[in-house]
Design a binder for this molecule. Structure first.
Ligand code: ADP
Ligand code: MG
Length: 258
């Protein structure tokens, strides 16, 4: 069995009087595709934010590979391979797909002016290496045909694939995906599933994903963790989740897409 890559222990995060996370404890195993489900407002996004350094927990502990990361900043975690996808920022929509990959932080050795003045040749070489890597990533995800398309022109699903592509530019260890399936058509959702599986199996990525589409999550994820009111209600395989009384009552009964 694989070891715990991320461990969340008794984490509390309040907003005013509301405990968005209330004594929340869970583990994410290395090389798993762990799913997180739960009703709206159950703390899913807050959980991602505290793990990835976008919010500081009030109390509790988070470890990564056995090392405490509780109050680390997101850019620091990013460099350790902990990534959270965000929607492609507005300023990048005018750039092409390949340019979006080439500007992922951590790849730009040639950023500093001094470095630029002293190392013109090296910069050109670095750029060539980064470009080659970007092309490899696009090939891996089978979106090479979109290479020169402006990011702003991509469909919702294609943008999600570009977000995944960006994680490959920095060799992520674990990727947190918040509702990748939202507003994506069936065909592209299948492409995204395939890419997630391929990254998991061939590159050893660990995934943790929040998803509303119950079919999508049960196909991809094992285990599935069910959150309710800021803590873990249940954890198990897709079949176990579907059969569990507490889950049906708190979540599946309340109009989730089946
Ligand atoms: N930045 C914030 N400020 C105030 N309240 C917040 C903030 N973020 C989340 N919340 C509240 O915390 C609870 C959990 O939110 P969230 O983690 O986004 O839930 P989920 O992603 O499961 O829908 C909700 O009641 C939400 O309104
Ligand atoms: Mg959310």
């Amino acid at each position: 069995m694989f070891k715990n890559l991320v461990k969340v222990e008794s984490v509390v995060k309040s907003f005013g009087g509301l405990k968005a996370l209330n004594d929340c404890s869970l583990e994410i195993k290395e090389k798993s595709i762990t799913g997180i489900i739960g009703p709206n407002g159950s703390g899913k996004s807050t959980l991602f934010n505290v793990i990835t350094g976008n919010l500081k927990p009030d109390s509790g502990k988070i470890t990564y590979n056995g090392n405490e990361i509780t109050n680390k900043e997101s850019h620091d975690l990013f460099h350790q391979g902990i990534l959270r996808t965000f929607q492609i920022a507005h300023e990048f929509t005018n750039m092409t797909v390949i340019e979006n990959l080439m500007v992922v932080p951590g790849n730009q050795k040639g950023e500093g002016l001094l470095y630029a003045l002293m190392n013109k040749k090296n910069i050109e070489k670095d750029e060539e290496i980064i470009k080659e890597k970007a092309i490899e990533v696009l090939q891996f995800l089978k979106i090479e045909h979109l290479r020169n398309e402006r990011a702003g022109n991509l469909s919702g699903g294609q943008k999600k694939l570009l977000e995944l592509a960006r994680t490959m530019m920095v060799d992520a260890k674990i990727v947190f995906l918040d509702e990748v399936g939202a507003g994506v058509n069936k065909t592209l959702l299948n492409d995204i599933s395939d890419s997630i599986l391929k990254l998991n199996q061939e590159k050893g990525y660990t995934f943790c994903m929040i998803e509303h589409d119950f079919n999508f999550i049960t196909k991809l994820c094992d285990p599935i963790i069910v959150l309710a009111e800021g803590s873990v209600l249940f954890k198990g395989s897709a079949d176990e989740v579907k059969k569990n009384e507490k889950v049906i009552e708190s979540y599946l009964g309340k109009g989730v897409k089946k």
